[in-house]
Design a protein around this ligand. Structure first.
Ligand code: SRM
Ligand code: SF4
Length: 519
């Protein structure tokens, strides 16, 4: 491991910069056995509530003593053995245990007790899993095309690059103190298909397929992010790189961000604030200097030409005789029996591989034609449909109040209940992408949705109640752009009639027979 790169403590630092300078987040790795012995209540508060996030372990004020664990699954790929190990972990926590597929094609586990963490880490390591550096001021899960290597229309198989970038950042999952003290969180995405399946526009660095003089490579976008204070789509760096330079470019930008990024105010510390401060031209020059070689100017055109696919259903792979099947996982939530069953069908019908998507769904690839019929008859497909209703199909939700201390409203369970009611009343022919997010941090990405709902508190009948701000107009895939807030402060109790109206007027929803059109 390389030596720690930590700025010294000063009296003007905010509390996060202070505690990072006092002790590197990764240092708690050596204390895990001690934490397990003394228990969560006796731990140092900063270790418990902040530094443990460097290992992917999140203290949950909503469920004290029951931690969340966020993994790293580059390109959203996991195999059946790994899924079973994770299933066994959450199973031991009974009704407290479950797993959520996240909006970065990743998994988070619930109910984790600190006394079990050393053993959990040993079991994860044995199957090649890590959760290192997945929270706080670290680089998040590296996203890539969920159909990489199996899509007949792909331009580039993103899998290897996603793993290489992760290995560079995390020192092959062991932890890398070169990148454990960034000014803020950081997102990287690599697109290999024509449909921008990873929401390139909302990442700090995104690689977009583009040919330069007929050579394949990527145009580079930088600075995309959402925060409570500001949301911005990524902007072109005016750079093109061949695949072989992707890791070096990520390293150069991360080092620049680490060394020059703004640290005084956490609301102004994401990469885009540094780009603003330096100016894009100077930022690019410094990246080139750190790479130690010139960057080609961006290719005139990129290859994102399609509407975004959701991959739910049955599709032929580029390998003759093989298929991938996309299962809809309502709001991304899995319980231990689901995880075991998914692992089993992936083994019996595929090659044990499972892919996750940023829409919180999953794919089972490599199913031979002659096993397809039997696979489609498996009972698990009754729960996780390959043909959900148009409203269910594109529903996404962040964690919300059930587990997240920032949440202003309950999201996942409410989102499901609302869609069930709307489904009973309306017929739609096309999916409508409805995204729920419990607070302005925007983990559920309401700005990319057709209809985005952001949790807030509102006054109704003299009381403070749960409500939402309404976002509309998010466009994904080709010509992606962010939606905007069109109406503020709608009490959740008043939301259904408004959604019915919007779905009818803007998305051609038709009331089902016998259902009244007003509520
Ligand atoms: Fe997020 C903080 C959950 C994707 C922007 N996010 C949090 C925390 C860790 C807050 C906390 O400690 O409670 C949430 C954990 C709740 C829990 O118990 O699950 C949380 N974020 C999530 C997940 C699980 C939402 C989901 O249900 O899928 C996603 C995990 C992704 C992963 O696997 O790593 C998740 N978060 C996002 C995204 C979407 C994306 O990356 O495409 C965003 C907006 C994009 C971005 O980051 O630019 C996002 N999360 C935030 C922010 C605002 C960042 C900022 O610059 O201000 C916070 C708050 C913070 O970092 O201070 C936050
Ligand atoms: Fe929690 Fe807010 Fe993120 Fe939802 S958007 S997971 S409520 S921080």
């Amino acid at each position: 491991m390389t030596s720690t790169v930590t700025p010294p403590t000063t009296s003007t630092q905010n509390k996060f910069e202070k505690f990072k300078a006092e002790k590197d987040g990764l240092a708690v790795k050596e204390q895990l056995e001690e934490f397990a012995r003394i228990g969560w209540e006796a731990m140092d508060e900063t270790d418990r509530e902040h530094r443990l996030k460097w290992l992917g372990i999140f203290f949950r004020p909503v469920t004290p003593g029951k931690f969340m664990m966020r993994l790293r699954l580059p390109n959203g790929i996991i195999n059946s053995d790994q899924m079973r190990v994770l299933g066994e972990i959450v199973q031991r926590y009974g009704s407290d245990g479950n797993a959520d597929i996240t909006t970065r094609q990743n998994l988070q586990l619930r109910g984790i007790r600190i006394e079990d963490v050393p053993d959990i880490f040993r079991k994860m390591k044995a199957v090649g899993l890590t959760s290192v550096q997945s929270g706080m001021d670290n680089v998040r899960n590296i996203t890539g095309s969920p159909v990489a290597g199996i899509d007949g229309d792909e331009l580039f198989d993103t899998r290897e690059l996603c793993f290489q970038v992760q290995d560079m950042i995390t020192n092959h999952g062991e932890g890398n103190s070169e990148f454990t003290n960034l000014p803020r969180k950081f997102n990287i995405a690599i697109a290999g298909c024509r449909d921008n399946s990873i929401h390139a526009e909302i990442n700090d660095i995104a690689f977009i397929p583009a040919f330069l003089n007929e050579t394949f490579g990527f145009n580079v976008l930088v600075g995309g992010f959402f925060s409570a204070k500001r949301c911005d789509a990524a902007i072109p760096l005016n750079a093109w790189v061949p695949p072989s330079d992707v890791v070096a470019l990520c390293r150069a930008i991360l080092e620049l961000f680490r060394d020059k990024g703004l640290r005084a105010n956490r609301q102004k510390a994401r990469l885009m604030w540094l780009i603003d401060e330096m100016g894009l031209g100077q930022f690019r020059t410094e990246v080139v200097n750190r790479m130690g070689k010139p960057l080609a100017e961006a290719a005139a055109k990129d290859e994102i030409e399609w509407e975004k696919r959701d991959h739910i259903g049955v599709y032929k792979q580029k390998q003759p005789g093989l298929n991938f099947v996309g299962l809809h996982i309502p709001i991304g939530r899995l319980f231990a029996p689901d995880m075991f069953e998914i692992a089993r069908v992936a083994d019996v019908y595929g090659n044990g591989e499972i892919r996750l998507t940023v829409e919180e769904n999953l794919l089972i690839p490599n199913i031979p034609d002659d096993k397809l019929e039997a696979f489609l008859a498996e009972p698990i497909l009754q729960k996780f449909s390959i043909d959900p209703t148009p409203l269910n199909r594109a529903l996404v939700s962040c964690t919300g109040a059930q587990f997240c201390g920032f949440a202003l409203i309950e999201t996942k369970n409410r989102a499901l209940a609302m869609i069930k009611e709307l489904d009973a009343e309306l017929t739609l022919t096309k999916p409508v992408r409805i995204h729920w997010t419990g607070c302005p941090n925007s983990c559920g990405q309401p700005q990319v949705a057709d209809i985005g709902l952001m949790g807030t508190k509102v006054r109704k009948d003299g009381k403070t109640v749960e409500g939402v701000d309404l976002y509309m107009g998010g466009k994904v895939g080709k010509d992606a752009h962010l939606g905007t807030c069109v109406r503020k402060g709608i009490p959740c109790a008043d939301l259904k009639p408004l959604l019915r109206e919007i779905l009818s007027e803007k998305f051609a929803a038709i009331p089902k027979e016998g259902i009244a059109t007003t509520t």
